[in-house]
Design a protein around this ligand. Structure first.
Ligand code: ADP
Length: 334
């Protein structure tokens, strides 16, 4: 399992669920999106109607699923969850849509990965609250329109730019989640430590926050690893020494880069002379899917100034060479 970012199994999901804020006012940070969303929801509640469909974009672990759950909770309705990759055929989506109850929230994670026929079915459903059920095959096939109760679609995507315009246009509100500041992550950590009933010192919170890549999911995950360390190797207290020791065990470096980040930068510098190199070539070199490198490692590396994106490919900045303890060639920028 990758510690800092990566797949989540059942244990991980349960641990995450326990720390999820349930209401908008418990949700830390993202002030702009939170304000906008609370306006959209309050207005809908005041009118007694469903709000516009909501699209949430941003890197993994910043709170898109959490916000979808909060939207349902604030509207006093229930949430149905599906995802782009889980819908193999348009018929699967038609089945989900036709089972929705009035006012329910349908959360579609990784909506940019919906197959084209499902995507087309979805935007008709979002616009007209209707699905066309195809009966029969070939020349004798006919479409029977089935009307749906009003529902709220909440789509999540790591890249809003990947959504085709017709689908993107069906969302009345788009919220873009950005990386969290260290202060905000400290708040997330202190809240979580309270829920887990483990004493976390302010210094330890600051240390973990600064190594969490601006991401609450990572902050919570690191907190659990520090708790493990404190219980097994330490004296149970989550203080600065415990935080540092645990993070060293898990190879999270002082600026929060994990093994994938470092292997991307190392490949970029040592195998491709600092680039430019195409995303796919770079991904092959580190043995990952291009999408993983692009959505998991790259946004943070770019934001922190270790990597640049140019029309000709990815490039390492001077900071990347220095962080790896390598001598940059003369041309390295940044
Ligand atoms: P995403 O859907 O964007 O990948 P999630 O909504 O699953 O991210 O969030 C991952 C975890 O991070 C959640 O379990 C939650 O505990 C925590 N989290 C995310 N955003 C916040 C926040 N603003 N405040 C507190 N905890 C948060």
């Amino acid at each position: 399992e990758r510690l800092v970012s990566g797949g989540s199994d059942a244990v991980e999901r349960a641990a995450e669920a326990a720390l999820r804020p349930r209401r908008l006012d418990e949700f830390v940070g993202q002030q702009v999106v939170r304000n906008q969303l609370s306006l959209v929801l309050d207005a809908a509640l005041a009118r007694g109607t469903s709000p516009d469909h909501v699209l949430l974009s941003g890197p993994p672990g910043l709170g898109k699923t959490t916000l979808a759950m909060i939207i349902a909770a604030e509207l006093g309705t229930s949430l149905r969850v599906t995802s782009g990759p889980a819908i193999a055929h348009a018929g699967d989506l038609a089945a989900v849509l036709s089972s929705l109850e009035e006012g329910e929230v349908l959360f579609i994670d990784e909506i940019h990965r919906l197959a084209r026929p499902a995507e087309e079915l979805l935007y008709v459903a979002m616009e007209d609250f209707r699905v066309d059920v195809v009966v029969g095959k070939g020349a004798g096939a006919s479409a029977i329109p089935l009307s749906l109760p009003p529902f709220v679609a909440v789509g999540a995507t790591t890249r809003a730019g990947l959504l085709p315009a017709p689908l993107r246009d069906r969302f009345g509100f788009t919220g873009h989640l950005d990386f969290y500041s260290n202060d905000e992550l400290e708040k997330v950590l202190l809240r979580s430590s309270g829920l887990l009933d483990v004493p976390l010192t302010a210094e330890a919170a600051a240390e973990i926050a600064s190594r969490s890549r601006g991401t609450p999911r990572i902050a919570n995950r690191l907190l659990r690893r520090v708790r493990d360390w404190a219980q097994v190797r330490g004296d149970g207290r989550l203080d600065l020494a415990a935080a540092r020791a645990a993070l060293e065990v898990y190879e999270v470096d002082p600026v929060g880069l994990d093994r994938l980040d470092r292997s991307v930068l190392t490949a970029l510098c040592t195998r491709f002379g600092g680039g430019p190199v195409g995303l796919t070539t770079l991904a092959v070199a580190v043995g990952e899917e291009p999408e993983t490198v692009e959505t998991v490692a790259e946004p943070f590396l770019v934001r922190e100034g270790y990597m640049g994106r140019t029309p000709r490919g990815r490039v390492a900045t001077r900071a990347a060479w220095e962080h790896l303890g390598l001598t940059p060639p003369d041309g390295a920028s940044g």
